[in-house]
Design a protein around this ligand. Structure first.
Ligand code: BTN
Length: 268
């Protein structure tokens, strides 16, 4: 295993060729008292996804985890900041713009009426998705797995972004990569640096600014969704999102606040 130590702004970067999971590496380092480290690996043999799923981690993707001290962050905002940093990073590299169709703005992510329709959006709680042209279909390009350890006082934010990797046949219908969208390969080290700069930028913003920006990129507000929690399934139209989760209006006109679960967008 080759380790290259570099430092980017406030983070020390540890680059591995292979590992089981960069989240697991950060958890070990966190228990040893280390902080402000980013572990990045070319592949992961058992990358962890949300809800105990496996995260496909073949060569070409960007797989990294940030180890942060709990005292330096606002835990409830961290997923929002990470999601926005990914979207900004991808937008930096994407040349795609949906433009206008027949004088009408196509349906785009987030709030209506902004100048340039964005390709990337955030699906609650923190999947980064890309619109499949003008249709309502979307594919996932990136996911975030946050893990908190209150005993040792640290948070690990694990991020997987499909950059140059080939998407496994099993998930081809629901996942895509930057290479697939743009038709060329990208420099992953540079993309990681851009991400870290964006993340540091979001650290300086107020709660309100982060929330407003998140709403601008939300692909879930206004959508009809099904939320699957361990004990329950609930369907409704998403009215709003804040740090406590999303607010769903059910068929019987009741507004429900939901903070966790798997969110599936349904056709209206
Ligand atoms: C999701 O299910 O959407 C979350 C995926 C998170 C994957 C990343 S890859 C780097 C880090 N290490 C892991 O084991 N998981 C996260």
């Amino acid at each position: 295993m080759q380790i290259n130590n570099k430092s980017n702004n406030k983070f020390k970067i540890i680059h591995l060729k292979t590992t089981i999971s960069t989240n697991m590496d950060c958890i070990e380092l966190g228990k040893e008292g280390k902080r402000n480290i980013v572990v990045v690996s070319d592949i992961q043999t058992k990358g962890k996804g949300r809800l105990n799923r496996l995260w496909y981690s073949n060569y070409g993707g960007l797989y990294f985890s940030m180890l942060l001290d709990i005292k330096d962050i606002k835990v409830e905002q961290i997923n929002f900041m990470a999601s926005l940093s990914i979207v900004d990073t991808l937008n930096n590299y994407s040349t795609k713009d949906f433009g206008t169709v027949g004088g009408q703005k196509p349906k785009v992510f987030g709030i209506v009426g902004r100048q340039k329709p964005k390709v990337f959006g955030i699906k609650f709680p923190n999947d980064i998705i890309v619109k499949n042209n003008h249709s309502t279909d979307y594919k996932k390009i990136s996911g975030i797995l946050g893990e908190i350890n209150l005993n040792y006082g640290f948070v690990v934010v694990g991020i997987g972004i499909n950059i140059n990797n080939t998407i496994d046949a099993e998930i081809k219908d629901i996942a895509t990569s930057l290479k697939e969208i743009e038709g060329k390969e990208f420099n992953k080290q540079e993309i990681l640096n851009v991400f870290i700069n964006n993340f540091n930028k979001y650290k300086e913003l107020t709660e309100k600014e982060i929330l407003n920006k998140y709403k601008e990129y939300s692909a879930t507000i206004g959508e009809k969704v099904k939320i699957i929690t361990p004990n329950n399934e609930i369907i409704g139209i998403v009215q709003d999102i804040d740090f406590n989760g999303l607010y769903l209006k059910t068929d019987d006109n009741v507004i429900k606040n939901i903070s966790v679960g798997d969110c599936i967008h349904l056709r209206k």
